[in-house]
Ligand binder design. Structure first.
Ligand code: GDP
Length: 170
C-alpha cells in the first residue's frame, strides 16, 4: 500500500484545544495541564484511506497564534488545515473567521479546510450555536464537526473526514 505524507496544520485562538485534539488523535490521551509552549508542535500518525495510507504530519502552532499572524511557511505545502474554535467562547468563533481569511490569502489553493468546534463536553455553557457554525463552514465549502478532545468525541472522525476529502493519487 502506498504511503502518502500529508502535512496538516492547526489554527485557532490560544486555549481552544488545538494541542489537546492532536494529543487525543495521536496518543489517545488528554492532559489538563498540557503546556502551551511544549504542546504538540510536530507529531505524526498514519491511517488507512481506501487503497492508500495517509501519514499525517501534524503541525501545531506552538503558541505562534498569539502574534495573530503566522509565518506563511506554516501553511506552505499543507494538504489540510484544521481551524479550531471553542464552543463555549463566542470570541474564538469570531476570530476563526480571521484565521480562515488568512488561510485563504496565504495558504495553498487546493487546501482542505476543516472547522472544528471543540469542548462539546461543556455543552451547558455553550455560546456558539452549532447551526451558525455549520452554515459558516458550508459557505466556505469547509468540513464541519464538533469535537471533545477531553471526552474523545469525534476527534478520529475529524481526521477521517479530512482523509476522505483528499483526492486519491490513483
Ligand atoms: P491550544 O492553546 O489551542 O493548543 O489549547 P490546549 O490544547 O492547550 O487546551 C487549552 C485548555 O483547554 C487546556 O486546559 C485543556 O485541558 C482544555 N481543553 C482542551 N480540549 C478540551 C475539551 O475538549 N474539553 C474541555 N473541557 N477542555 C478542553
Amino acid at each position: 500500500m502506498a504511503i502518502r505524507e500529508l502535512k496538516i496544520c492547526l489554527l485557532g485562538d490560544t486555549g481552544v484545544g488545538k494541542s489537546s485534539i492532536v494529543c487525543r488523535f495521536v496518543q489517545d490521551q488528554f492532559d489538563h495541564n498540557i503546556s502551551p509552549t511544549i504542546g504538540a508542535s510536530f507529531l505524526t500518525k498514519t491511517v488507512p484511506c481506501g487503497n492508500e495510507l495517509h501519514k499525517f504530519l501534524i503541525w501545531d502552532t506552538a503558541g505562534q497564534e498569539r502574534f495573530h499572524s503566522l509565518a506563511p511557511m506554516y501553511y506552505r505545502g499543507s494538504a489540510a488545515a484544521v481551524v479550531v474554535y471553542d464552543i463555549t467562547k463566542l470570541d474564538s468563533f469570531q476570530t476563526l473567521k480571521k484565521w480562515v481569511k488568512e488561510l485563504k490569502e496565504y495558504g495553498p489553493e487546493d487546501i482542505v479546510v476543516a472547522i472544528a468546534g471543540n469542548k462539546t463536553d461543556l455543552g451547558d455553557i455553550r455560546e456558539v450555536p452549532m447551526k451558525e457554525a455549520k452554515e459558516f463552514a458550508e459557505s466556505i465549502a469547509a468540513i464541519f464537526i464538533e469535537t471533545s478532545a477531553k471526552s474523545a468525541i469525534n476527534v478520529e472522525e475529524l481526521f477521517k473526514k479530512i482523509s476522505r476529502q483528499i483526492p486519491p493519487l490513483d
